[in-house]
Design a protein around this ligand. Structure first.
Ligand code: SF4
Ligand code: SF4
Length: 350
């Protein structure tokens, strides 16, 4: 593997593409398909929940993609890092919607079904009445739309202990730590718990939303983490889990990324939270040289129909590579999202 086709080189050259499956998303068949398609399309990193079953599904998708690439090319197979997300406390990325469907008024028009971007709410199947837990990724859009306020959220805290053997065995290459301004003590405690596996990582990311005092907070985190045994990414989570909502969702992360980039913080700067097809054109327009972009809800929404078609096939194997027309259609869609970033001739590495 040469540096030219490594994820680290992508960061250094400003071409890093991370696909975010979701810190709470646990739909294993979809995770395998998404990891397969985005690996084939050229992703540098796949970011998933800290759940061993999810990690295995994503790794299976990546390996299926790499086997296809090996069979069809004599070129070196691009490396893909598998990242898992951990949180240091309450965080909207780490929650599930919950409600008791028996309490729904019989005359409710069920607006929660249509608003859910993950098709995670259903009433038609007795096995799946209410929230389909593995599909919910905690976006929260169903909460305000329920006319009787029935929907709540249940927080999840991912534990480093569950992920330790996966890092030590090499299945997981990278960690992302989700934090918020004011969580210094919680972050420090998480950092201490992670010490046995930090040296096994290829990269570490810190994801933080934009709040008052964020640059000072990130500086404090850097002091806690130093000396670091691996490169560091600052993920500027502008408008979390909103890239599929509308074109303008990307503005917040670009503004935030620009501020972090202009600060003196060492590390790569990568956008997330509201990223979509407008992100790279906007970056080119303003000439902002970031290390890369992570796409979550928008990138997943592009492939919703492909996964639905896969699941609708009678006696489906749920392995997208067994259905080449569907696979190729998915890769074409994903490639259209990745290509503008890979063409971006930016440099950022500090
Ligand atoms: S709208 Fe969001 S929070 Fe509600 S069920 Fe769907 S994915 Fe979960
Ligand atoms: S909107 Fe609220 S009351 Fe109506 S079906 Fe959905 S959860 Fe039930």
């Amino acid at each position: 593997m040469t540096l030219q086709c490594s994820p680290l080189a992508s960061l250094q050259n400003g071409h890093w593409f991370k696909f975010i499956c979701g810190a709470s998303f646990q739909h294993l068949a979809a995770i395998r398909s998404l990891s397969l398609v985005y690996t084939l399309a050229g992703a540098d990193c796949i970011d998933v929940a800290a759940d061993p079953a999810v990690v295995r599904a994503a790794r299976s998708g990546i390996e299926a993609a790499q086997n296809l690439l090996k069979a069809n090319s004599s070129e070196p197979i691009p490396q893909v890092w598998l990242m898992v997300s951990l949180n240091d406390g309450e965080d909207p990325h780490f929650r599930k919607a919950v409600f008791d469907p028996h309490q729904c008024p019989t005359n409710c028009s069920q607006p929660c079904i249509a608003i859910c971007p993950a098709q995670a709410i259903a009433f038609s199947d007795s096995l799946h009445s209410g929230v389909i837990e593995e599909r919910c990724y905690g976006c929260g859009r169903c909460l305000p739309i329920c006319p009787v306020g029935l929907i709540e959220t249940r927080s999840q805290i991912a534990t480093p202990a569950a992920i330790q053997p996966l890092v030590q065995s090499g299945l997981v290459n990278a960690l992302e730590l989700h934090t918020q301004v004011g969580h210094e003590a919680e972050f420090r405690a998480l950092w201490i718990q992670l010490q046995p596996i930090i040296r096994d990582l290829d990269i570490l990311a810190v994801s933080c939303p934009d709040e008052e005092g964020v640059l000072e907070y990130l500086t404090t985190l850097y002091d806690i983490m130093t000396p670091l045994p691996c490169p560091l990414i600052w993920q500027t989570d502008g408008r979390p889990m909103s890239g599929d909502i509308g074109d303008g969702a990307t503005r917040a992360t670009i503004r935030y990324g620009e501020r972090v980039l202009r600060s003196d913080l060492p590390g790569f700067v990568q956008l997330a939270g509201g990223t979509n097809r407008h992100t790279v054109p906007k970056l080119k327009e303003i000439g902002l040289a970031i290390a890369g972009v992570a796409y979550g809800s928008y990138a997943r929404s592009l492939l919703t129909d492909i996964q639905a078609q896969l699941e609708a096939i009678p006696q489906s194997s749920y392995h997208l590579e067994d259905y080449p027309d569907l696979l190729n259609a998915g890769v074409k869609i994903a490639t259209q999202l990745i290509e503008p970033l890979k063409e971006q001739p930016h440099y950022h590495g500090k």
